[in-house]
Design a protein around this ligand. Structure first.
Ligand SMILES: *[C@@H]1O[C@H](CO)[C@@H](O)[C@H](O)[C@H]1NC(C)=O
Ligand SMILES: *[C@@H]1O[C@H](CO)[C@@H](O)[C@H](O)[C@H]1NC(C)=O
Ligand SMILES: *[C@@H]1O[C@H](CO)[C@@H](O)[C@H](O)[C@H]1NC(C)=O
Ligand SMILES: *[C@@H]1O[C@H](CO)[C@@H](O)[C@H](O)[C@H]1NC(C)=O
Length: 684
């Protein structure tokens, strides 16, 4: 298990993928015949399987090319100045655009274009915006591709397979504002031509295979958005004025040393996870209040205690310091994080009781402190104050005492993981009040936090959470389906008493693990109600009596473990219970029947039973495999979240309004095509 708890968070914009294969143009403009013919020959270059370019044609009524899908003409000259063929499901190689010399904006995003990019594109000297992201284009990009592009302003080649081979002393003809080259191979050396791009507000060179240190001039560029994640950058991040920035992503590199306090000037999101930073004390004690909403410091080598400066972080919505070497008690000022929705403190060495000042964090949706040294009893205010909790993970700490009955007030909780502690007493009978678990309807697949910003007054910026769970005996990370998981895990504690029959009202439960306690009594027959269960682990307790045949009514069950109890009698025959491995039943001295050895003979029925159970076993095996495939996928890779992130902030256009409260207004355009149309709508 190498990657266990990576965390968090990608920012996604709603409406993100809404198509832009739209009708454009101006009815009153007359198309220039020569350009019409050029467009038609372009069309022949594309494979247009779905007829999205059907308006482009030779017909009498198709003379006005300015009305064709995706074509924009200048209203005065009639020249074709814009082509927006994004999301048009076009395939095949890129045709030659060099006949359309008046072209200013070319958008071919999100198609399935392949082959190389001809360097004749470098002759389109009027081009201001060039975006071909999310295609399957490949080959070498050289200086010639940009030869005459002196007007270029937006360059988006992201998510193709380009290899940039550009001389370190190339002086580009352009000064770009948006440089989006995610997943293009730019490295291993740093792209020195960026030094001339002194107007660049949005740079994405994530996953670009660049290594080494970052030259100092780089930090002078006026970035509002910066993504240099998933490279092999080394060295320290300098103490620089980052006060223009809204979003910076340094994650998954080899940065080290201390994190400069000036990064706290960033206004919305800061990702520093998966590096080798050792000291965060200065960013965690900024001189003034920050406007950071998301701070991700997870998976570093941060050492020390958390400073008591959280009053400066009142905007924080997501805080992740998981998987570092932090220790000591939680500082009192954390109680002032009143907007906090996700707190990830796992895989550190924090100690002490859960401090009552945390009850000020009433917005918490996720509280994850897995694997620390927290002790004391589970405070009763968790249930009464954290009313919005959906994920509560206290696994692998040293909590003791009994479970407070207020735990039953967590009406929205979906993941309740109290495992590997020293909790005693019995399971409260009121557990059936956990209404999210008592409900079979699914909530949203992801757990997301909305940031208080909007785009065009409609779309929100939000963050998608990740947590790691033990699933079928393995620790895996969940993001895309985290919101669908409904589980209770109280395994490896000191719980006594019986399994309360009220627990059987939690019909939404997908997993139930009470393994390794001292639970006694019988398995309630009502267990058959838990029809959503995918796995059930009751092993290593003191359960006795027969296995209720109702257990076989849970046809989704793919992992079951009843081992090491004191169960007896025959395993209900002719059911899927035979399809489990014998190890699911071992350690129960009195248990017999398939898949365990036969029970002592009952002479009259013997032959008949044998026959039946064979047929049924086959039948149920089938069902068993079907239910397996319905099970949850594991091992979600962080790459997907990166892609979402990259897409979402594309061409973001930010405006800082310095009103009395220095409030930040963010306007994010999904792409320039939309922004353009939006502008057009407002200027006419
Ligand atoms: C913690 O981070 C290290 C890298 O810094 C990584 O190798 C390890 O898998 C992480 N552990 C968890 C539990 O995520
Ligand atoms: C667990 O709690 C019991 C009392 O409930 C105590 O005697 C025991 O020492 C605790 N064990 C650990 C490992 O903390
Ligand atoms: C249940 O919890 C125990 C102890 O925490 C763990 O070892 C086991 O793998 C879990 N069962 C399943 C099926 O995940
Ligand atoms: C197992 O259950 C039987 C009754 O079914 C009881 O007599 C016996 O003491 C139990 N054994 C243990 C180890 O709990």
């Amino acid at each position: 298990m190498n990657v266990r708890f990576l965390v968090l968070v990608s920012i996604v914009l709603l409406l993100l993928l809404s198509g832009t294969c739209a009708v454009g143009g101006n009815v009153y403009v007359r198309c220039i015949e020569k350009e019409r013919l050029s467009l038609l020959s372009l069309k022949q270059g594309f494979i247009d399987r779905y007829g999205n370019l059907s308006s482009w044609g030779y017909g009498e009524n198709q003379k006005e090319c300015c009305n064709w899908t995706g074509v924009h003409c200048d209203s005065l000259t009639g020249h074709v100045v814009g082509l927006d063929l994004s999301f048009c499901e076009l395939e095949g190689p890129l045709p030659d655009f060099s006949q359309l010399l008046s072209l200013q904006r070319l958008y071919l995003d999100h198609n399935q274009l392949n082959g190389t990019l001809d360097d004749s594109i470098g002759l389109l000297s009027s081009l201001t915006e060039l975006s071909i992201k999310h295609n399957s284009l490949e080959g070498v990009i050289s200086e010639n591709h940009f030869l005459r592009l002196s007007q270029l302003f937006v360059l988006d080649f992201s998510f193709n397979h380009f290899i940039f081979q550009i001389s370190p002393d190339w002086v580009p003809p352009f000064r770009l504002a948006y440089i989006l080259l995610a997943s293009c191979k730019l490295g291993p050396d740093f792209p020195m031509w960026l030094q001339t791009q002194t107007s660049c507000v949005d740079l994405d060179i994530s996953s670009a295979e660049i290594s080494g240190t970052i030259p100092s001039w780089f930090w002078n560029l006026p970035f509002k958005l910066l993504n240099i994640s998933h490279n092999q950058f080394t060295g320290e991040i300098p103490d620089f004025q980052f006060s223009y920035a809204f979003h910076m992503d340094f994650s998954s590199n080899l940065f080290e040393g201390s994190i400069p306090s000036t990064l706290s000037y960033i206004k919305i999101t800061l990702y520093l996870s998966n590096n080798k930073f050792t000291d965060a004390s200065s960013i965690l004690c900024p001189k003034m209040t920050t406007l950071l909403h998301v701070l991700d410091l997870s998976n570093n080598q941060l050492f020390g205690t958390l400073p008591d400066c959280w009053t400066h972080f009142e905007s924080l919505v997501v805080l992740n310091v998981a998987n570092n070497s932090l220790f000591g008690k939680l500082p009192t000022s954390m109680g002032s994080l009143r907007n906090l929705q996700a707190l990830h403190l796992g895989y550190n060495r924090f100690t002490g009781e859960l401090p009552s000042f945390l009850n000020g964090c009433t917005e918490l949706t996720t509280f994850d402190i897995v694997q620390n040294n927290f002790s004391g009893s589970i405070p009763s205010w968790i249930g009464s104050e954290f009313q919005k909790l959906r994920v509560l993970i206290l696994r692998s700490n040293m909590f003791s005492g009994t479970l407070p009955s207020t735990i039953c007030h967590l009406f929205q909780v979906q993941i309740l993981d109290l495992s590997v502690n020293n909790i005693s007493g019995s399971l409260p009978k009121c557990l059936n009040h956990l209404s999210a678990l008592a409900n079979r309807t699914n909530s949203d697949a992801t757990i997301i936090y909305y940031l208080p910003f909007s785009i065009y007054d409609r779309d929100s910026i939000f963050v998608v959470d990740i947590a790691s769970l033990i699933w079928k005996g393995r620790e895996s990370k969940y993001q895309n389906i985290l919101g669908l998981v409904k589980s209770i895990d109280v395994s490896r504690n000191m719980l006594t008493g019986e399994i309360p029959s009220e627990l059987m009202d939690l019909v939404g439960l997908v997993s139930l693990n009470i393994s390794a306690n001292m639970i006694s009594g019988q398995i309630p027959t009502a267990i058959g109600q838990l029809k959503s269960l995918d796995f059930l682990d009751l092993s290593r307790n003191h359960l006795f009596g027969r296995i209720p045949s109702e257990l076989s009514q849970i046809d989704r069950l793919s992992v079951m473990n009843l081992s090491y109890n004191n169960l007896s009698g025959e395993i209900p025959i002719g059911t899927q219970l035979q399809s489990f491995d014998p190890s699911a039943y071992v350690g129960n001295v009195g248990l017999c029947g398939a898949p365990l050895p036969k029970c002592p003979k009952k002479p009259t029925q013997d032959n008949q039973d044998d026959g039946n159970s064979k047929d049924d076993e086959q039948f149920f095996n089938q069902g068993f495999y079907i239910s397996l495939s319905l099970g949850f996928s594991t091992g979600f890779s962080g790459v997907c979240s990166l892609l979402i992130l990259n897409k979402s902030w594309r061409y973001a256009y930010f405006k800082l309004m310095n009103d009395a409260y220095d409030k930040v207004y963010v306007v994010v355009a999904i792409n320039m095509a939309k922004l353009r149309r939006w502008n057009a709508r407002f200027s006419t």
